[in-house]
Ligand binder design. Structure first.
Ligand SMILES: Nc1nc2c(ncn2[C@@H]2O[C@H](COP(=O)(O)OP(=O)(O)O)[C@@H](O)[C@H]2O)c(=O)[nH]1
Ligand SMILES: [Mg+2]
Length: 321
């Protein structure tokens, strides 16, 4: 990662006379968005003291345009993904001592004029994390294709799980974080699009207070460019796979260990049945024998994976402390 332009003065100086006002930084992940980046950066600059663009290995003029417009540009030498870009934005915002970090998409779908709506609950001490939601009022979904609404709703439901603190839009990239949230949430591991879901899980675990505000979101002709980098089905399947992984990583003993022990028990049960048949009728039933071996192997695999995952998660938690 290379910082292409280092701020040469204390950015706090650019704030209005009152240094007590919170330092607002807008972070924009961008990959090949030369057609829209200028509009987004210029729009964001009206509502932020600093705009940081993470140019994630773009092969077009995204980074250069952002740089010329006065944004701080963090450049990845190659494309690492949306989540990796968020990690770099959090890191840079922390280094610049941000009081509030707002993230928004670089493809023109979000309206930078709504940045103050996301910042307000943090300024007023109402929440540490503010999530822009497309489902809070009709504006958010006015242009959203029906299949996308369905997809996001399914992912959101899965991501909420059985938890009480469910959100209405798990996939929105328009979010704001307080200083405390920036400090606690920087260490996500997902490099791809599922970073939004991982962040929600991390927010939930950390106990940071959250609120949702309605946002608008443009699609199709009203943006004038392609507003998605990934095919929706591939995107959806990728998110579900990551969600399964995140959930299993969180509770390996329950989600892998218990089914593993159940499989072992079934293997033993089939084994005893097979022995019984052999002793009483002097015959081996192949299906019963195979079922026994299959369940025993599956059980061993699941239990050993559960223990390994548990050990790794504990170790990484220890290292993070
Ligand atoms: N840094 C980075 N940003 C990405 C990447 N892929 C997408 N983005 C940005 O993430 C935002 C959302 O991505 P997009 O494909 O539009 O998602 P969708 O609108 O939910 O289908 C946009 O601003 C993209 O420029 C990537 O590989 N790296
Ligand atoms: Mg988009």
């Amino acid at each position: 990662m290379v910082l292409t332009n280092a701020p040469n003065s204390d950015f706090r100086d650019i704030r209005d006379a009152d240094l007590q006002t919170p330092l607002i930084i807008v972070g924009i992940p961008a990959f090949n968005e030369e057609k829209t980046i200028a509009r987004v950066v210029l729009g964001a600059q009206k509502h932020a003291h600093i705009v940081i663009v993470c140019d994630d290995g773009s092969s077009d003029l995204t980074g250069e345009i952002a740089l010329r417009l006065g944004a701080v540009v963090v450049r990845h030498e190659r494309n690492l993904g949306y989540g990796a870009a968020l990690q770099s934005l959090f890191k840079r915002a922390k280094e610049l001592n941000a009081d509030v970090l707002v993230t928004l998409d670089s493809d023109g779908q979000h309206d930078p004029a709504q940045i103050p709506i996301l910042v307000k609950p943090i300024e007023n001490g109402i929440a540490e994390v503010v999530l822009g939601s497309r489902f809070k009022d009709k504006n958010g979904t006015a242009e959203m294709p029906a299949y996308r609404q369905l997809g996001v709703k399914v992912i959101t439901k899965l991501s909420n799980g059985s938890g009480k603190n469910g959100v209405s839009d798990a996939q929105s990239g328009f979010r704001a974080y307080s200083k405390l949230a920036i400090e606690q949430l920087g260490a996500i591991s997902e490099n791809g699009m599922s970073a939004s879901i991982e962040l929600l899980r991390a927010i939930n675990k950390s106990g940071l207070s959250v609120c949702e505000v309605p946002i608008s979101c443009k699609y199709g002709d009203s943006v004038g460019v392609e507003t998605s980098t990934k095919h929706p089905v591939r995107h959806g399947v990728g998110l579900i796979m990551s969600l399964v992984r995140l959930v299993v990583e969180d509770r390996p003993l329950v989600l892998l260990g218990i089914p593993g022990i159940t499989a072992l028990a079934m293997g033993v049960w089939f084994g005893v049945w097979m022995m019984n048949l052999y002793v009483t009728e002097s015959r081996i039933v192949t299906n019963v024998a195979l079922a026994s071996i299959g369940f025993l192997l599956l059980g061993c695999f699941m239990v050993s994976t559960a223990i390994t995952l548990y050990a790794i998660t504990r170790l990484s938690a220890k290292l993070k402390r």
